[in-house]
Design a protein around this ligand. Structure first.
Ligand code: IPM
Ligand code: MG
Length: 365
């Protein structure tokens, strides 16, 4: 066992809403994996989002950045408050300030979001039954530092004559590195990439398509299909089973990954990894802070637990442990343990903590 005896430093940023509960669930699972694989983790907790605002008056305090910098990976919960309080300083721009700044600070250019419809839960899909089979998995590779997100944002003039603009920009090398990562990851899957753009309108998309086409030549064993983003969105709800790996520019990846996240029937299922070119990464569930159910012990911790599995795979290179966690989640589900979001009315549900315990039990078997 390679990892035996090793010690890893981990920054843990629980954040707001259900963040702390689902992070606790994932840390229970981490504890079980440590015992199983024989390594230890030194955890440093940091504040972020509204939780940080309460203490520091800002969403991403320097103290939290320092904790991340001193660690070999970041396990992130979620940030953000109730929509009804969105105008309060504690919550205004909270997600943007917390998440976009971390991406920029650490150069997280690659976002990997991956959904696997748990076998036995196909009936939860919002789509017509049979359209997405249990066990089907779709991975979204999203470029995270370019495009319209980080170009200049500007508003000029006075109402009713204001003009707003957001510049979308891609440099060739930004597309190259994300495309190479996408094709590499496709090699471990069905060797089929769908690259998304709006090349019938946008220059950034024409460059995207051109660079992706050239990268495909480096990976002759992987096929690529180019889809326009509007068509792709339609195909994702019409015939999602055609997709294995989507390669997307920043904005289209943001939108399409939300569609993918719900194909399995709950927002709580999809994990995500944001990586820089040194393999340092931030791992978070895609579902968000769900303030309406926070503190009730009913949140689904699967997205957070699977984010931990991605952390073990991509940052700590423990594939075996990552696979074991993913299998243990499916074993727990197969044994009937389900949080409320996965139950039809009348079906018995378990709490966040009980679900984590079921995963731990599956790991120990
Ligand atoms: C995401 C989120 C963020 C994004 C927001 C909160 C800035 O929607 O991670 O998908 O748009 O990237
Ligand atoms: Mg989003």
């Amino acid at each position: 066992m390679l990892a035996n005896g090793a010690s890893y430093s981990l920054a843990v940023l629980p954040g707001d809403g259900i963040g702390p509960e689902v992070v606790d669930a994932a840390l229970k699972v981490l504890n079980a994996v440590e015992k199983r694989e024989g390594f230890s983790t030194l955890i440093s907790k940091g504040l972020i989002g509204g939780a940080a605002y309460d203490v520091f008056g800002e969403h991403l305090p320097q103290a939290t950045i320092d904790i991340c910098r001193g660690s070999s990976a970041i396990l992130f919960g979620s940030v953000g408050g109730p929509l009804t309080e969105a105008a309060k300083p504690k919550w205004a721009n909270c997600e943007r300030n917390s998440i976009l700044s971390l991406r920029k600070e650490f150069g997280f250019y690659a976002n990997i979001r991956s959904l696997r419809v748990p076998p036995g839960l196909e009936h939860l899909s919002p789509l017509r039954q049979g359209l997405i089979p249990g066990g089907h998995s779709i991975m979204v590779i999203r470029e995270l530092l370019g495009d319209i997100y980080f170009g200049e944002h500007n508003t000029t003039g006075v109402s009713p004559k204001r003009i707003a603009s957001d510049i979308a920009e891609y440099r060739e090398e930004e597309i190259l590195r994300i495309a190479r990562l996408g094709f590499e990851l496709a090699r471990g899957r069905r060797r089929s990439v769908v690259s998304v753009d709006k090349a019938n309108v946008l220059d950034t998309s024409r460059l995207w398509r051109d660079v992706v086409t050239s990268v495909q030549r480096e990976f002759p064993d992987v096929t690529v299909e180019h889809q326009l983003v509007d068509n792709c969105a339609m195909q994702l709800v019409r015939n999602p089973a055609q997709f294995d790996l989507l390669l997307c520019p920043n904005l289209f990846g943001d939108i399409l990954s939300d569609i993918v996240s719900v194909l399995g029937g709950s927002l709580g299922l999809m994990p995500s990894a944001s990586l820089n070119d040194q393999g340092f990464g931030l791992y978070e569930p895609a579902g968000g802070s769900a303030p309406d159910i926070a503190g009730k012990g009913i949140a689904n911790p699967i997205g957070q637990i699977l984010s931990l599995a991605m952390l073990l795979r991509y940052s700590w290179r423990m594939d075996g442990a990552a696979n074991a966690i993913e299998m243990a989640v499916e074993t727990a589900l197969a044994s009937g343990a389900r949080t409320r979001d996965l139950c039809r009315s009348g079906e018995p549900s378990v709490s966040t903590e009980e679900f984590a315990e079921a995963v731990v039990q599956a790991l120990e078997e």
